[in-house]
Design a protein. Structure first.
Length: 212
């Protein structure tokens, strides 16, 4: 099958992207409004960008129900701060509760029975139950699309503080992926766990080193 995205409705294009770009890591983003209302929501359009400066990105899209910006986007745009919490297997049910589109006055931490705690350098709370919390400050927000259905923003955030549970990290800063037990997003209602881990050594570089 050969497809031009321009020939399909936005919903069908979304189904193809989310079914083919898999598994996707999940950013469970905690944010706070200017008047202090906390928010917690998952985003599977999420990844790492670079390590200098240490940077993550996630992409909040417009809400499907009313094509309005999501609370997370409004919060990070207004405050310039957020926390990315990693979703693990034991937190999947709670994460799914917080994926619900809710009025902005609803506290998702309370709704899902989760525990917020003060962050070290940013105002949004971190999620106690998650073994990894990235405190981030917004470095850039890039709009993508015309603001209509299917549009989104790429939010780039510099990691300014990092919390990692001792049970998943050794003294050489190597992460034990099995102990972390992260969850990946597939299409529709489907998620993936780690399963089999395959190891491949990368061939050595063929590019001459840069001369001083």
């Amino acid at each position: 099958m050969h497809i031009s995205p321009n020939d399909l409705p936005t919903r069908e294009v979304y189904k193809l992207i989310t079914g083919l770009v898999v598994p996707r890591p999940i950013a469970w983003v905690s944010s706070i409004s200017p008047d202090g209302q906390p928010n917690l929501a998952p985003f599977s359009f999420f990844n790492a960008v670079c390590s200098r400066p240490p940077t993550l990105l996630f992409c909040p899209g417009v809400r499907g129900v009313d094509v309005a910006p999501k609370d997370t986007y409004n919060n990070v745009k207004a405050t310039g701060e957020f926390v990315v919490n990693i979703v693990t297997e034991n937190l999947l049910d709670a994460m799914n509760i917080t994926a619900t589109e809710l009025p902005s006055e609803i506290n998702e931490f309370e709704l899902a029975g989760l525990t917020p705690a003060p962050s070290t350098l940013v105002k949004p709370p971190l999620l106690v139950e998650s073994p990894v919390n990235f405190e981030c400050r917004v470095s850039n927000i890039v709009p993508v699309g015309d603001g209509g259905k299917g549009s989104a923003w790429v939010v780039l955030g510099e990691i300014v503080y990092l919390h990692i549970d001792d049970s998943i990290l050794d003294e050489n800063y190597h992460v034990n992926t099995r102990a972390l037990a992260p969850v990946g997003r597939l299409a529709g209602p489907n998620y993936a766990t780690i399963g089999e881990i395959l190891s491949f050594l990368r061939p050595p570089s063929q590019v001459p080193p840069r001369q001083p």
